[in-house]
Write a protein that binds this ligand. Structure first.
Ligand code: ATP
Ligand code: MG
Length: 537
């Protein structure tokens, strides 16, 4: 009893000594906060003074919740690219440093969402669930971290899969004039990734809101949003937001790639991106370069596309395939921006307005299109037919021009032209209807074995449908071998060719020449031209 007050006293003394010590050691955490002032505001940019410590590309905070990137870091003035509405910012406003670069949310929670480059949802489905953040600019994987391209990306488009094959980890440019079906090729490729274990990122920059809405609606309708993230900026968004969009989208895609998955990213389109960057540069009074694009525009695009690759197995073996889109003007593929991108990418798919007008859709100009690495990844079954097909088609395109002048042609030339016309008919494809591999192989084998040649041209769509239907009869083990085998074996080839020939038998004029129907058909059709002539005269 007598001891307890003492114990209490020592305890209290100890406590007070400890508090005293802590108080002595305490120093108020004095953190200087660098604050600048807006000196002027223009569309999309603000000039700021008084931020001496700001770093290049550092994120700064302006009033009204507007963020900006320090883009021009001069001694006494900083050019800030605004990522929000410029009318919320006024001269004299306070600008704060954040000490970090622009980053974006990443993770599986983004799949199925439509977001802006800052990670804000645009689909009205509430906040985005993320598993972390990543800076939008990252250095590309080193050469030693990369592996060769070995697995194909099936686009579901016959003309691309057969003649301009794309591999996982490749960069393939899609270019063409306005309204030639560039976006459609990219969207169809995304649609065909269903159940392929590929995550897709669709990055739309500076497009009309209606075009973006249509693309996203198509993706949603066909169930492609189950494995797709859409990163969207529209035409009237600030140029700064447009500028960061592809980088943000790439960081999102890279996070999937780093977890060992295969990713496909579409940049729709980089012409708008180049224009936004030019706008920013000119507003910041940087000198214009060639064709009035800033001098570093090549670097802007190359550092973006260099991030697409196939990682080596030690790093998870993931891949990032990039499909950048570029709009040409008056079919000029040798203009400044298209040439830059052609030299950065591993090949290009060129869409021709004249083919589009002729109704040859997708309007891929095979002669001007190339895939420089995809051939290695192409499936054996395609490889066994691609060479013949490309040659026959190239010959046909050359001769077709002569045939137009009504020159009398020898039998061999006519046969080449007829064969070519059938190839062209078979490579046509409506949008949103990807063709599975076995059906494609059946059609392509039908073409290279010339089984389609006796079919009248106007019956080609019907004949093609018949072959596609017949492809369902390819035995399961043969179908499986089409996807995996190193070569197309002679028996498998025979199995498919027999199926195709059987399917095409009803379309051959000779086969149709069984007694009654043709005479009846002839009787019906023959008077027609005579009547037409009578009408004419
Ligand atoms: N294979 C096809 N079959 C039928 N129609 C098609 C096909 N490909 C494209 N189209 C149509 O052509 C039009 C232009 O296509 P798309 O929007 O893909 O072109 P674009 O080159 O991306 O245009 P923009 O220059 O405006 O971006 C669309 O109306 C589309 O429906
Ligand atoms: Mg488009």
């Amino acid at each position: 009893m007598t001891e307890s007050p003492n114990v209490l006293r020592t305890a209290i003394d100890d406590a007070f000594t400890a508090i005293g010590e802590v108080r002595e050691r305490f120093a108020a955490p004095w953190k200087p906060r660098e604050v600048g002032t807006v000196t002027s505001v223009a569309t999309g940019i603000a000039m700021v003074s008084g931020l001496p410590g700001v770093g290049f590309e550092e994120l700064v905070r302006l009033p009204g919740g507007v963020l900006g990137i320090a883009f021009n870091v001069d001694e006494d003035e900083v050019g800030v690219v605004l990522l929000g509405d410029y009318w919320l910012v006024h001269a004299g406003d306070e600008v704060q440093r954040t000490g970090r670069v622009v980053d974006v949310v990443v993770g599986d929670g983004l799949i199925g969402r439509v977001i802006d480059p800052l990670g804000e949802p645009l689909d009205g489905k509430g906040a985005v669930v993320s598993s972390g953040r990543r800076p939008i600019e990252r250095s590309a994987p080193a050469i030693m971290d990369r592996a060769p391209v070995t697995v194909p990306v099936q686009t579901g488009l016959k003309v691309v899969d057969a003649l301009i094959p794309i591999g996982r980890g490749q960069r393939e440019l899609i270019l063409g004039d306005r309204q030639t079906g560039k976006s459609t090729i990219a969207i169809d490729t995304i649609l065909n990734q269903k159940d392929q274990n590929v995550v897709c990122v669709y990055c739309a920059m500076g497009q009309r809101a209606s075009a973006v809405a249509k693309a996203v609606a198509t993706l949603r309708e066909k169930g492609a949003m189950d494995y797709t993230v859409a990163v969207v900026t529209e035409g009237n968004d600030p140029p700064g937001l447009n500028y960061i969009a592809p980088y943000a989208a790439t960081s999102i895609a890279e996070s999937f790639m780093d977890s060992g998955r295969d990713v496909l990213i579409v940049y729709d389109d980089l012409t708008h991106h180049a224009r936004s960057y030019r706008e920013i540069s000119l507003l910041l009074r940087r000198p214009p370069g060639r064709e009035a694009f800033p001098g570093d525009i090549f670097y802007i695009h190359s550092r973006l596309l260099e991030r697409a690759t196939h990682l080596r197995a030690g790093l998870g073996g993931g891949s990032l395939t990039a499909l950048p889109i570029i709009e040409t003007e008056a079919q000029d593929i040798s203009a400044y921006i298209p040439t830059n991108l052609i030299s950065i990418t591993d090949g290009q798919i060129y869409l021709s307005p004249s083919l589009f007008e002729l109704g040859v859709l997708p309007a891929v100009d095979v002669a001007k299109s190339v895939s420089r690495v995809g051939g290695d990844a192409q499936r054996a079954a395609y490889r066994s037919v691609a060479g013949d097909l490309k040659l026959a088609y190239a010959q046909f395109e050359e001769l077709e021009t002569f045939a137009r002048f009504g020159a009398s042609l020898d039998a061999a030339t006519r046969a080449t032209i007829d064969h070519g016309r059938r190839i062209r008919a078979c490579l046509k494809q409506p949008e949103g209807e990807p063709v599975p591999v076995p059906e494609q192989i059946a059609i392509l084998l039908g073409l290279t074995t010339k089984a389609f040649d006796p079919v009248p041209l106007d019956r080609m769509p019907e004949a093609e449908r018949a072959v596609r239907a017949a492809a369902a009869g390819i035995p399961a083990e043969v179908s499986a071998r089409l996807a995996t085998a190193a070569t197309l074996s002679e028996e498998d080839r025979k199995t498919i060719v027999t199926l195709v020939e059987h399917a095409l038998a009803p379309f051959r004029p000779k086969a149709a020449a069984t007694p009654e129907p043709p005479t009846a058909a002839k009787a019906k059709t023959e008077p027609a031209p005579a009547a037409a002539q009578a009408n004419k005269s």
